[in-house]
Design a protein around this ligand. Structure first.
Ligand SMILES: Nc1ncnc2c1ncn2[C@@H]1O[C@H](COP(=O)(O)OP(=O)(O)O)[C@@H](O)[C@H]1O
Ligand SMILES: [Mg+2]
Length: 396
């Protein structure tokens, strides 16, 4: 392994289908550890399927043991992913700038021929999606103290990205599969492939919409203007998932139960929030705290972005240092309210985001987002329109 400033000549990738075009951007990045492809191949026993621990739109993730004995997670960009090449660069740029207990740690990367690999600290307990929300696939019991610690940790990591570092960073893909857990179930925010720096003096950046249906703030999905409030919305959805122990969308439930945010809002209006706390806690939780966390989730997902609290305020509320006023909670922003009437009527039967494993630019309207039948929920769209233009598969 060597430590270097990115300054290298492009090697010709002899048999590769496509060479990466984004190499130019690498010259900005300094002082990052560089691993050889050979070392990483040895570390993962030739990227053996037995060592595969995750899969996303970016490529596959493998567990490996480095030369010095350190256990790492290797995120391998698949060579035919254009989207991935962009995300690889973004992820290196962002993560090499930040350091916090609640963010994953980048050890370095491999940029050799056509290989692009990110090397991260390995996190023993995988993601919240696979453990807490992947019921039955995990033996971990998430008691109230653990859930509380996870909510506060993620909020702190996000407050750091939003408020402590300059320029501020918007993550854009806060969700259960991007929250990893270490051996003590301490949460770490991961997957910075979609992150954006906000230039000084700007409140938003305009961009193609990217994110995951169910976590996407409506104003961002529609106008493509991303502010920190879009992350805060996604955090609010995640908070509700952690307290209730269920995914934001569950199509096996009756139509009126399918959307967690709608359900939480309706239950809050009836004054019955306590009913929603995960039954697996067996009533062994702090009632005041659990209800407060659900209310904070509602505050974060309000329709009006400016009403959503900043992440540092959220941390204060979670810790009980800042008062949560029930009267200030207004209706959540629900993308379903923007559905065309027909899609809305049909949503119980077929309400999944379009999946296309491409970046085609054929126009597909908002209705299509809610009215197609494939299985991915990862979406991107064009700037400032009601149209979702290029929708691609990025399931993790
Ligand atoms: N550092 C890590 N330790 C353990 N598992 C990881 C690590 N990084 C990623 N994973 C696993 O791989 C999955 C995909 O990784 P992620 O960084 O989210 O990639 P993508 O950009 O493809 O979504 C995660 O949901 C998780 O299950
Ligand atoms: Mg991911």
């Amino acid at each position: 392994m060597t430590c270097f400033s990115f300054c290298f000549t492009k090697k010709k990738a002899s048999s590769a289908k496509q060479t990466f075009e984004a190499d130019e951007g690498l010259s900005d990045i300094k002082n990052i550890n560089l691993y050889s492809y050979k070392e990483l191949r040895v570390a993962t026993e030739d990227f053996s399927p037995a060592n595969k621990i995750g899969e996303g739109g970016f490529g596959s993730v493998y567990k490996g043991t480095l030369k010095d004995g350190t256990v790492a997670a290797l995120k391998v960009l698949s060579s035919d992913s254009r989207q991935g090449a962009r995300e690889f660069l973004t992820e290196i740029k962002v993560i090499s700038e930040v350091e916090h207990d609640n963010l994953v740690k980048l050890y370095g990367c491999c940029v050799e021929g056509n290989h692009r690999i990110l090397v991260y600290g390995y996190l023993e307990n995988n993601s919240l999606a696979q453990t807490l929300l992947g019921r039955g696939h995990s033996s971990i019991h998430f008691n109230w103290q653990t859930r509380r610690k996870i909510c506060i940790g993620v909020a702190r990591g996000l407050a750091y990205l939003h408020e402590d570092i300059r320029p501020h960073i918007i993550h854009r893909d806060i969700k259960a599969s991007n929250i990893l857990l270490d051996k003590d179930l301490m949460p770490k925010i991961s997957d910075f492939g979609l992150a954006k720096f906000i230039p000084p003096n700007m409140t938003h950046v305009s961009t193609r919409v990217a994110g995951t249906a169910g976590y996407l703030a409506p104003e961002y999905a529609i106008r493509g203007q991303v502010t920190r409030k879009a992350d805060i919305y996604s955090f609010g959805v995640l908070l509700l998932e952690i307290v209730t122990g269920r995914c934001n969308t569950n199509r096996r439930l009756p139509a009126e139960e399918q959307y967690l945010l709608e359900k939480v809002w309706g239950t809050f209006e009836k004054g019955e929030l306590l009913r929603l706390v995960d039954a697996l806690l067996n009533d062994d939780f702090n009632v005041e705290e659990a209800c407060r966390f659900l209310k904070i989730g509602l505050l974060c997902t309000q329709d009006m972005p400016k009403l959503r609290p900043s992440m540092s305020t959220v941390v204060g509320m979670l810790l009980g240092e800042i008062h949560v006023n029930d009267k200030e909670i207004t209706k959540p922003g629900l993308l379903s309210d923007l559905m065309p009437p027909k899609a809305k009527a049909d949503r119980g039967q077929k309400c999944k985001a379009e999946m296309k494993n491409s970046t085609d630019t054929a126009s597909s309207g908002l209705g299509k987002l809610y009215n197609s039948s494939s299985s991915s929920e990862k979406i991107t769209s064009s700037i400032a329109t009601m149209t979702f233009n290029s929708i691609y598969d990025r399931t993790n």
